[in-house]
Design a protein around this ligand. Structure first.
Ligand code: TXA
Ligand code: MG
Length: 332
């Protein structure tokens, strides 16, 4: 496997070469570029360039207490970022990189405080998307990148989402089409000797536990909000109020309210709702994750009074989908 081209052996398309070169030039000269990853679009700057990283916080209106993930293009770049690698962290990196897994490790002294929000740790990930890998390789530096959306809003899974949210505030948007995973990376912290799951995401908890054993889920409130601010209760939120229901979704009684539904496989009497988005007709959680944020955005544009979302099974990527739905509803 060549880590520079992803585990699917995908090469960067010929027509993407020039835009990637241009994006790398912009990053090297201190600019900020939105780029596709397999999870969601990121907004990147060279991690060691503090003033460029500061522009990311400005563009996103992101509070400075919320640290960024640093993206690497190869294992060689990790040693400049971290002080030590826990043996279980190493196992996870070897098994799941490149891919939708972020590992939090004690940081190396050279990593700017702005990137880590002053924490003694740094979050590191090697993305699998061929454009992201090529961009990091051509830039020759690790790239700090949060999701490319205004702080607190739904993450972008298409170039148009980035343009809608941040157009005009970034130096370039690299178009890589739809993000194939569609939900952010799983974050595992090795801040202490005992690893913990900070955020469920594109790699299922079961897959991680198969490699390193039981992985406790960090509680999502109180002081942990500062340890991983993406865990703030209201996050990934559309403007329309979202309710998550674990039972069946009943048609509106009087038609007075415009109700939109976000359903896993479909719902009976869907014609009685103002709008319905079905995430995966055949009940595939990966497909559902891929469509989640686009569907939420479409519902949000339809002037609904409320979006009712069906709770997903708490297995595989269902855990991450439920996490995002709960946060969109303000009850993370
Ligand atoms: O899939 C992803 O992870 C995408 C793509 C672009 O890579 N990125 C992403 O970044 O979702 P962002 O900034 O939207 O979410 C990163 C989360 C935040 O909740 C942040 O608080 C947490 O990672 N984080 C970053 N550094 C951390 C650290 N040192 N300790 C704990 N949490 C950290
Ligand atoms: Mg984000």
């Amino acid at each position: 496997m060549n880590p520079l081209h992803g585990d699917e052996g995908e090469e960067v398309r010929e027509d993407h070469q020039e835009p990637v070169r241009e994006a790398a030039d912009i990053l090297r000269s201190g600019g900020i570029v939105a780029f596709p990853t397999e999870t969601v679009y990121g907004l990147g700057a060279v991690a060691f360039n503090e003033s460029a990283v500061a522009r990311i916080f400005e563009a996103k209106q992101r509070p400075r207490f919320d640290p960024l993930i640093v993206h690497v293009g190869g294992f060689d770049q990790v040693s400049r970022l971290v002080k030590e690698i826990h043996p279980s962290a190493r196992l996870l990196m070897e098994r799941f990189w490149p891919g939708p897994l972020t590992i939090v490790l004690p940081k190396a002294p050279g990593v700017p405080d702005l990137v880590t929000a002053g924490l003694p740790t740094v979050a590191v990930r090697m993305p699998r998307h061929p454009l992201a890998l090529e961009l990091i390789r051509r830039t020759g530096e690790p790239i700090a990148a949060p999701s490319a959306n205004p702080f607190g809003s739904t993450s972008p899974t298409k170039m148009q989402h980035v343009v809608d949210g941040l157009g005009g505030k970034v130096d370039m948007v690299l178009d890589g089409g739809d993000c194939p995973v569609g939900i952010e990376s799983t974050i595992v912290s090795f801040a202490s000797d005992r690893p913990a799951l900070l955020r469920p995401g594109g790699v299922a908890l079961e897959e991680l536990e198969a490699v390193i054993g039981p992985l406790p889920v960090a509680p999502s409130s109180g002081n942990n909000a500062v340890l991983a601010p993406g865990m703030l209760p209201r996050h990934y939120a559309p403007r329309t109020p979202v309710r998550v229901l674990s039972g069946s979704i009943l048609p509106p009684q009087d038609g007075a309210t415009r109700i939109g539904v976000l359903a896993f496989q479909g719902i009976p009497r869907s014609e009685t709702f103002a709008a319905v988005e079905v995430l995966s007709e055949f009940g595939d959680l990966r497909e559902a994750a891929k469509h989640l944020f686009s569907a939420l955005r479409r519902l949000d544009q339809q002037n609904l009074d409320v979006i009712v979302a069906q709770k997903f099974p708490d297995v595989g990527l269902g855990l991450a989908i439920n996490d995002r739905l709960m946060r969109a509803s303000g009850c993370g």
